[in-house]
Design a protein around this ligand. Structure first.
Ligand code: HAM
Length: 439
């Protein structure tokens, strides 16, 4: 005997037993259905990417969380921590052959070497929807509308009376305008964003120290903290922000437009403008947003997204307006479970065929083949166990509707007993093997 193996998956990785995968498949089904209704096409990219796609000068946290290594050909590679850079690479690679705007969605498996907490794992699946080639804020509104549609389909309350979710929305240009006035521009602005995004986690003291290391003095830091506190719902929120940043700020226009576009989609009431929302990825250039459980029960974002019009340029292409979001499976599943919104998902088996002994296996398989051709889900129980066990299992474990019983005498006389299962089941009855394609 060899040494016993460790039965746990690698730390932070996830096994999906069938009952777990049922939940995941249900979720993916909702995502695909919503994306389809909005006219998005599914794509995917490779799980293993060039490491350099994720290495940014701004010092993004994601870069420090890479599962990266050198392959046997001495290439620096990484498991993807997110899909957006791969999307940009694919779009850039197609060049002018790609008709724009393009509306694409994907459900990538992503890997980040994170500190594990509730809602944070080292491996997750992330529903992405992105629009390539649309500069209007109508694109942001459409993407948010798709998120709302999914959350509604999942059973969350997105109505006006105490909704379950809130969209916390900001705009990098609003912040950029304020910071530019403080002499913080370009690459340094992106670096500041990465630092101030961690504010909740590290606190104001560490924030001040980290900003000081970038040459941002105490006065500008105070101003940044003041601006980050500006927030409020809808138009009132926008007014509060305007009061803090000044009416001449160009980013405000986009926030105002978003509210206008959100109205006909019916989710304007879910928008809370909040300049404290930065987003940790340095490539965002415009509107950024995060979706939260309004009750604050799980203080992790359900989803995050934003406009990133400069990523293509960063990769050496011409600038192309791009905007999108990622919504992970981990946080939303926890929230739906807490709210008891996960549907009872059972394994689906229509019929179980039970040959009582090996001599009846061939007949059982003929019947199974006949029923499967009709599109039914059929299991053959080859266990040769006692009848009581077989019924128990077919009814309670498989949840089947019918049990086809094949004893030696019955097969010899060309017959089969059918026992309907479940509570309120009809009485058992006899059919000919010929009628089941096994005559
Ligand atoms: P992100 O905010 O890093 O954005 O991730 C989006 C969502 O993925 C999060 O809100 C969360 O639900 C989930 N997520 C991220 N990391 C983890 C983790 N370690 N464990 C569990 N869930 C996680 C992006 O990745 C952007 N690329 C999204 C995007 C698409 N922006 C534009 N297009």
């Amino acid at each position: 005997m060899g040494d016993a193996i460790d039965l746990q998956p690698v730390k932070g990785m996830r096994d999906f037993y069938p009952e777990d995968l049922r939940v995941r498949s249900w979720l993916f089904g909702l995502w695909r259905e919503v994306a389809r209704r909005f006219g998005y096409e599914e794509y995917d990219a490779c799980v293993l990417e060039q490491e350099e796609l994720y290495i940014r000068k701004a010092g993004d946290e994601i870069t420090g969380q890479l599962y990266n290594f050198e392959d046997k050909g001495k290439r620096r590679v990484a498991l993807r921590p997110e899909l957006t850079p791969s999307l940009a690479r694919m779009v850039l690679s197609r060049g002018s052959a790609l008709p724009l705007p393009a509306r694409w969605f994907a459900i990538p498996q992503c890997f980040r070497y994170e500190n594990m907490q509730r809602g944070r794992k080292r491996e997750h699946f992330q529903w992405n929807m992105d629009i390539v080639g649309l500069a209007t804020v109508a694109a942001e509104a459409e993407l948010m509308a798709a998120q709302v549609a999914f959350l509604r389909d999942a059973g969350m309350n997105v109505g006006t009376e105490s909704p379950d979710i809130v969209f916390r929305v900001s705009n990098r240009q609003v912040l950029a305008h304020v910071l530019n006035k403080l002499g913080i521009e370009g690459e340094r602005f992106a670096q500041v964003c990465v630092i101030i995004d961690k504010r909740d986690k590290i606190g104001d003291e560490a924030l001040t120290t980290e900003l000081a290391a970038l040459g941002v003095g105490p006065e500008p830091t105070k101003r940044i903290i003041e601006v980050m506190a500006a927030a409020g719902h809808g138009q009132a929120g926008l007014d509060a922000i305007t009061a803090v940043v000044g009416g001449d700020n160009p980013g405000l226009k986009q926030l105002g437009e978003l509210l206008t576009y959100a109205e006909p989609f019916g989710f304007a009431h879910l928008i809370r403008f909040d300049l404290g929302v930065i987003r940790g990825l340095s490539y965002y250039t415009g509107t950024v947003w995060e979706v939260f459980d309004a009750s604050g029960g799980l203080p992790r974002a359900i989803a995050g997204g934003g406009r990133y019009d400069a990523l293509m340029e960063l990769f050496g292409g011409k600038p192309v307006p791009m905007v999108g979001f990622g919504l992970g499976d981990v946080v939303i599943t926890e929230i739906l479970r807490d709210k008891r919104l996960l549907p009872p998902l059972r394994r689906i088996v229509d019929d179980v065929v039970f040959p009582m002994a090996a001599a009846q296996f061939a007949t059982a398989n003929r019947i199974a083949r006949f029923l499967r051709k009709q599109g039914r889900v059929v299991l053959v129980d080859y266990s040769e166990r006692r009848f009581k066990h077989v019924v128990e299992r077919a009814e309670n474990v498989e949840g089947a509707a019918n049990l086809y019983i094949l004893g030696g005498n019955e097969v010899a006389s060309g017959k089969c007993t059918v026992k309907p299962l479940g509570k309120d089941a009809a009485k058992e009855y006899v059919v000919t093997l010929a009628s089941l394609g096994a005559g």
